[in-house]
Design a binder for this molecule. Structure first.
Ligand code: KIV
Length: 285
């Protein structure tokens, strides 16, 4: 049976009904297929692909063209899932025109359902401009990796009253601007819970505790694929690094001992052709 694709109105209904929203990142076709088959409700093609797929040290080098290629693959793998494109560094920071043009590429070139961008009060005009183009927008505040330099590294935000006040201002400004979703990253649960209660739009968490309207995890963390570090907020549901390395070691052993390939992996000549082949090779002896 075809999965029913959820739209932004469904996520708003889920918030009203108290039904939690499940969300992961995905960067490729097969993982998107698994996500859709699992019943995942949302997918983010995050700029975390820079670290998880390309091996960069941060998300900063990721380009729009890279994001589009990965969004296209994910869309093909999950045609019936709400998929969001993540605006990479410098695709919206310069001006509203750039922001609208790049957000539009996610919809026109890779069929995304929404876009996400990092920042609060200082990017309100970008959010409004993208919304005016008819695009569904998700805000992202708290730990915003693209500006982690200004935050003093990948650090939780809102842990002091002053920092929490800034988060509240950002959250209310984003909803006021018209954004339909908000993501909080690495924020104390008491702050995230208050924001979730006060906002009418769904507030999702990555490292913002259980009181939000849903949870996001990076697929590479969830399955134990990303090796560089594991943030405090991650729960590993599988260890594919061990499974994949183990499988490769077995393969190497089988190649060395000629345990692979076996009879069932071989293509034999069509019946009757073997004799003719014996004749043929005589010409070469
Ligand atoms: O790029 C991404 O995956 C993200 C999450 C870290 C929220 O933006």
């Amino acid at each position: 049976m075809l999965k029913k694709k959820l739209m932004i109105q469904d996520f708003h209904r889920m918030k009203r009904d108290g039904e939690k929203i499940s969300w992961i990142t995905s960067y490729d076709y097969p993982t998107a297929q698994f996500a859709e088959a699992s019943g995942m409700e949302m997918i983010l093609v995050g700029d975390s692909l820079g670290m998880c797929v390309y091996g960069y040290e941060s998300t900063v080098p990721v380009t729009m063209d890279q994001c589009i290629v990965h969004c296209e693959a994910v869309r093909r793998g999950a045609p019936n899932t709400f998929v969001m494109g993540d605006m990479p560094f410098m695709s919206y920071q310069k001006n509203d025109e750039d922001a609208v043009a790049n957000a539009g590429r996610f919809l026109k070139e890779s069929g995304m359902d929404a876009i996400k961008l990092e920042g609060g009060t200082r990017i309100i005009s970008r959010i409004k401009a993208i919304l005016d183009a008819g695009i569904v927008v998700c805000g992202h505040i708290g730990l915003t990796p693209q500006s982690s330099g200004q935050l003093g590294g990948h650090k939780a935000q809102g842990r002091t009253v002053e920092s929490a006040r800034l988060l509240l201002e950002d959250a209310f400004a984003i909803q006021e601007a018209g954004a339909q979703l908000l993501l909080l990253e690495a924020v104390p649960p008491e702050v995230a819970g208050f924001i979730t209660e006060k906002l009418s739009i769904p507030v999702l968490s990555i490292g913002a505790g259980p009181l939000c309207d849903g949870q996001l995890l990076i697929i590479s963390d969830l399955i134990g694929q990303f090796q560089a570090f594991t943030p405090k907020f991650v729960r590993k549901y599988a260890d594919v690094a061990e499974i994949i390395t183990g499988a490769m070691k077995e393969y190497i052993k089988d190649v060395k001992t000629v345990a692979f390939p076996a009879e069932e992996h071989c293509y034999h000549m069509i019946k009757g052709e073997e004799e003719k082949f014996k004749e043929l090779i005589k010409e070469y002896n």
